[in-house]
Design a protein around this ligand. Structure first.
Ligand SMILES: Nc1ncnc2c1ncn2[C@@H]1O[C@H](COP(=O)(O)OP(=O)(O)OP(=O)(O)O)[C@@H](O)[C@H]1O
Length: 291
């Protein structure tokens, strides 16, 4: 069972945009807390010779869990990389926590867990976290705080009993949780998790989803969680359904089911896919020259 302490994060040492001595930002122009965590307009991404994301427009609400769902290859990872600022050739508007995606001030406010766990296999779980904690919060004066944060993050992902195990000896699911613990270290406002439950057994999947809900409820954090498993959609507050580089729906699971008259989100998704295909066919037919 995942364990997360029910407490608010301490005041963060994270620099805010106005902490920048070179910034001309006016405090009154700070985004309101009700502003979306992520806002995209006309977002297009080209990879190689392919347009992988095409003219996307969507919002991700703050303090909620948004599921980014769609089949393999539809562009979920590309969108997540764009949001965290690691994707090249991003065109259009993409705002994250009120700042342009990739802005240096977002570095410690956004946590990102890639599909492949990024851990040092020759270090123990605790040594992995100590290393990243030292980068996030350096200096001798912060040693006690770092130790506390590392212990808390390890407990959050239920790896306390494996804290001294070498990461290379852990299972794939356990390594994924080490990556998640690293992302939780800085108590980020936005967590971007790329297929975090892939390959996990049903009990661990359920526990991870409980952890996500606790993080959103207790910390007020925003989570963007991708999956190609449609039953995970039912666990989200909000959904972005993707297919072939386009957003088919940006809505709550309830609203989606009601709007499409479907029983499940999976069925709603299939109806939206059929509708989109029918519209495309109608569009092509309209363009055919009349003979
Ligand atoms: N370097 C690249 N050059 C060209 N096309 C690429 C490149 N990387 C990925 N793509 C293409 O971009 C599309 C989207 O890939 P992406 O990894 O974002 O999809 P995904 O939805 O995350 O898939 P999965 O669930 O399998 O991880 C895919 O069709 C893929 O073939």
């Amino acid at each position: 069972m995942m364990n997360i302490r029910r407490r608010r994060p301490p005041d963060s040492p994270t620099p805010t945009p106005n902490a920048n001595p070179n910034s001309n930002a006016n405090p009154t122009t700070e985004p309101l807390p009700t502003a979306p965590a992520i806002r995209a307009e006309h977002l297009t991404v080209v990879r190689g010779s392919r347009t992988v994301l095409r003219d996307l427009g969507f919002t991700v609400p703050r303090g909620r869990i948004t599921g980014l769902l769609g089949p393999s290859g539809c562009g979920k990872s590309t969108l997540m990389r764009s949001i965290v600022g690691t994707q090249a050739k991003v065109v259009g508007t993409l705002e994250v926590l009120g700042l342009p995606a990739g802005d240096a001030f977002l570095r410690s406010r956004v946590g990102y867990v890639t599909q492949a766990p990024s851990v040092y296999v020759d270090l123990t779980v605790r040594q992995n976290l100590d290393y990243f904690a030292a980068i996030l919060d350096p200096g001798r004066a912060a040693a006690d705080r770092r130790r506390e944060n590392v212990t808390r993050a390890i407990a959050d992902v239920d790896l306390t009993s494996h804290a001294d195990a070498v990461a290379g000896t852990l299972s794939g699911g356990q390594r994924s949780r080490v990556s998640l613990a690293v992302a939780l270290l800085g108590t980020p406002e936005l967590l971007v998790l790329d297929e975090p439950t892939v390959g996990l057994d049903p009990v661990l999947r359920r526990d991870l989803w409980r952890l996500f809900h606790t993080i959103a409820a207790d910390r007020g954090a925003t989570l963007l969680v991708s999956s190609h498993v449609m039953d995970e959609a039912e666990r989200c507050h909000h959904l972005l359904l993707m297919r072939e580089g386009e957003i088919l729906a940006d809505d709550t699971p309830d609203a989606l089911r009601t709007r499409t008259g479907a029983e499940t989100v999976e069925e709603a998704f299939l109806r939206l896919v059929d509708d989109a295909a029918a519209k495309k066919t109608a569009g092509h037919a309209a363009k055919e020259p009349v003979r």
